[in-house]
Write a protein that binds this ligand. Sequence first.
Ligand code: FAD
Length: 468
Amino acid sequence: MSKKYKNSLVWFRRDLRDYDHAALSHALQDSEHVFCIFIFDKEILNALKNKEDRRVEFIWESVKELKESLMQKKSDLIVLHDKAFEAMSFAIDQFKIEAIFTNRDYEPAAIARDESIKNLATSKKIAFHDFKDQVVFEKNEILTALEKPYTVFTPYKNNYLKKLSQTTIPRFDIEPWISNLAQFKSQPLLTLKDMGFQATNLHDIKIHTGMSGGKLLVEDFKERVAFYKKTRDFPAIKGVSYLSVHLRFGTVSIRQLFRLAQESFSEGAETWLNELIWREFYFQILFHRPDVAQGKAFKKEYESIAFENNPDYFKAWTEGKTGYPIVDAAMRQMNQTGFMHNRLRMIAASFLVKDLLVDWRWGEAYFAEKLIDFDLSANNGGWQWAASTGCDAQPWFRIFNPITQSTRFDLQGKFIKKYIPELKNCTDDEIHAPWLSQKAEQFKYPTPIVDHASQRIKALALYKSVKS
Ligand SMILES: Cc1cc2nc3c(=O)[nH]c(=O)nc-3n(C[C@H](O)[C@H](O)[C@H](O)COP(=O)(O)OP(=O)(O)OC[C@H]3O[C@@H](n4cnc5c(N)ncnc54)[C@H](O)[C@@H]3O)c2cc1C
């Protein structure tokens, strides 16, 4: 049967896998020869100041695996290091492309980039097709009865679950049309060094990259998902999935994870599914309120809070030297590994904003630089939640007590001791507030830079001032 297009181009971005892939599946069905491309986008990479970036290495490793996987199928991955517009323009001409296929991205900068590529396609008189792939429901698919975007999670989730129960999650197969992959050889993969980047400690800290890394984590989590509800809040326990970086770069398929959750029939899986829905909740918030990505508070009244922004406090927080062990261990975990447990993200964020009285935007930017799973929508959502400026956020008057949180979620200080070896000799009683111990001086660990009780009063006053 003749196909719609002779040569098509599948443009991979945050979907670095060659299974259950909407754009690839559609391209293969509609085209005689499908070429695949990944662009190391200079516009994004040049903006990264730190040239030892775990994300760039994660992407590089995952692109390498994708290329090898396509080569095993007698095809290849074209990998270019350029601005997206120039790279796409080159590839369209070089491979006589008649149609571009890609999966949609919902971040404002990505939407603008894709718009320019759509225009490029129009100017070259070729087709541009984009698909929903990184979420189950997107854009306006879940709206209130008044056809407005939701701003509160629970009704959004209820409507979401209703719609999910009426929907069969699609599978975007590749195998039936695999022979339509173009058989060709591309250039060898450029190195991190070629792009001005260096390897990080990704291998030492055993972060598994690519589709194979995603698969390993999924298999491991399958055995644990039933216990998720009971274990997910304790950073010293292996209770969560650690899949966020794979969701960020599409080395797992979101549909595969939904199926996993649905097939598990456990309380744990139900709670986990909720978290996957939070992810989509924040995607749709960003889509409908792109101004939140420009530093705007979701709730306008909190726009004018006069944070103190003490640079010394901020520095101590970034370095994990505030004197509050649970906060410091969290920050050191992120600095050393690029990951921070969700409970700790909430504690560290709340501490920066409501104990140190530093603008949440500073913290958001620091997380954006350090997190290997950094995702604009979830990070912004998480920060605005902690700062009480967001949709469905923590109420402004609720302020985490870092000592209580520490006692509740790391009772024996196992997590703290892993990242703060100075405190390894603390007893269970001492670990959460070591400055109160008679042995405090032996610990060689900073005394608290602020007093939680008095900072709490200041924070309440600050928030109250914008409420009235
Ligand atoms: C201040 C702050 C900043 C955050 N920044 C990010 C970020 O940049 N990138 C990111 O992916 N998540 C972010 N989160 C959400 C959450 O902390 C991480 O998704 C989670 O810790 C990742 O670990 P996991 O994959 O083991 O999660 P699991 O507990 O196994 O959850 C499964 C998946 O659900 C999604 N998810 C879970 N919790 C949330 C949530 N609260 N909001 C949105 N999605 C969620 C993630 O995709 C996650 O991988 C942030 C949370 C806070 C409070």
